[in-house]
Design a protein around this ligand. Sequence first.
Ligand code: CP
Length: 304
Amino acid sequence: LTHLLTVEGLPRAILNQILDTAESFVPLADREIKKVPLLRGKSVFNLFFENSTRTRTTFEIAAKRLSADVYNLNINASSASKGESLLDTINNLSAMQADLFVVRHASSGAPHLIAQHVAPHVHVINAGDGRHAHPTQGLLDMYTIRHYKKDFTKLTVAIVGDILHSRVARSDIHALTTLGVPEVRAIGPLTLLPSGLEQMGVRVFTDMAEGLKGVDVIIMLRLQNERMRGALLPSAQEYFKHYGLTQEKLALAKPDAIVMHPGPMNRGVEIDSPVADGKQAVILNQVTFGIAVRMAVMSIVAGA
Ligand code: CP
């Protein structure tokens, strides 16, 4: 694996290799071991053209625990704000001997463009591009599900909310189906469900109560207002009434169902606080697992 641009098309063996490698890095994510030298001497550039809290920070932590040198480009203070093109920015950072670019961009396909452009020894990891893909979020979601549920082949997983604009949903669906989850459900209003879900093997529900019945895993999604140019947005109250996860709705899932959310959460819109902070929520554990998963991805694509 030279780059990680999408989960789509990656074979099950590669997904399992990443999850198994991540498991071996958990003592580093938990700070029981401080550092390993797998990326010593390598330069990792974090290029976040869109805002981020979890992904940018956990990539930085992961790279440092692999002993890489990490550079966080402040895009607002960079020459991108003076009109420099994306590839000119990449050319200049490559001239500084970059080994690995971690890229988040509002335009779908930007990390692919960079991967086609860089020298063969330079690696690119997609940290979220438009509504297309967020492969490391998909992988950390799979790590979380495997951690709590062990066997993918016996699970029913529901993804709830704004699936149309969600790069996380797309990466999750590809990973879940590749790993053998027999039932993946998409729950949301028709206006926020993309076409083609059934062809991807996904069962579609517009009624949340119906869709949550008997599920093992619930993945809640935020309304991605920043990608809804000109669309008729539901009010937060109206949305919460129909698609917000409350304790009452959670009770329709299996009693040991886990509740996940990639963050950032909008409490009172897609999730009620008692659920977000409740016993079944594993939302903050997802964040910690993200360090180990990002270490695994970086060591596999750029390690010796
Ligand atoms: N899940 C996720 O991508 O969060 P950030 O936008 O904070 O990185």
